[in-house]
Design a protein around this ligand. Structure first.
Ligand SMILES: *Cc1c(COP(=O)(O)O)cnc(C)c1O
Length: 221
């Protein structure tokens, strides 16, 4: 069985390998270890192997496990990658260092208010519904220019754009589209795209943040 350290090393090596032809520095790619459903016994070995940035998709689950882990390892950076309900905005702002799922005006209002109240600015990626899938979160592409305008008006820090391409289809065209949308709309920040099955492709197409779970932790139970 591979251990956490060797899986981490393999993922980092894959990122470095595809950075070369893309003429990118490996350090320009932030590897987010997606630890959803995994407990401290699985997370701690990765921290000990040097991983510092982690991602969770549920506020409540993260509240249950990360305060203790962070007390032991204060340099941890925690990202929220899953959909967020407006009524959890205050809790999310208190716990996370970055939010990848800002996708609608009501959530923008709630997050801006929560950041004001907490006196804490949390960078947010605007999630785009890149495959135009009705069941998925994310701002519709047609509404992106107006929504970005609203985000800029509130003054909350815009981290970039994020997407989750449709399952079971080639992801590359969707990654390329996200990069194009960022360029077209003057979003100079990051691109959060790529998961275990396609993070190398995402890096070749400009991802600054890859969200990798299974390749680091093994299959979720
Ligand atoms: C679970 C999840 C991931 C990681 O998926 P893997 O295929 O396990 O790497 C990435 N992004 C989001 C939004 C997720 O919910």
């Amino acid at each position: 069985m591979e251990n956490a350290a060797s899986r981490l090393e393999a993922v980092r090596a894959n990122i470095a390998r595809v950075c070369k032809p893309a003429r990118r520095e490996p350090a320009s790619v932030t590897l987010i270890a997606v630890s959803k459903t995994h407990g401290p016994e699985a997370i701690t070995p990765l921290i000990e192997a040097g991983q510092r940035v982690f991602g969770e998709n549920r506020v409540q689950e993260a509240q249950g496990k990360w305060p203790a882990l962070r007390e032991a390892h204060p340099s941890i950076e925690l990202h929220l990658i899953g959909q967020l309900q407006s009524n959890k905005a205050e809790e999310a702002v208190a716990l996370f260092d970055c939010i990848h799922s800002l996708d609608r005006p009501s959530l923008l209002t709630a997050l801006a208010r929560a950041m004001d109240k907490a006196g804490r600015q949390v960078p947010c990626f605007v999630q785009v519904n890149i495959g135009d899938e009705p069941q998925k979160g994310g701002c519709p592409i047609a509404e992106l220019p107006a929504f970005l305008g609203e985000v800029r008006q509130t003054g909350i820090p815009l981290a970039g754009l994020m997407c989750i391409p449709p399952a079971d289809t080639e992801a590359a065209p969707f990654f390329a589209l996200l990069a194009k949308l960022a360029a077209d709309h003057g979003v100079s920040g990051g691109l959060s795209m790529g998961m275990s099955g396609d993070y190398e492709t995402a890096v070749m197409l400009g991802a600054t943040h890859v969200r990798v779970g299974t390749a680091l932790f093994g299959a979720r139970g």
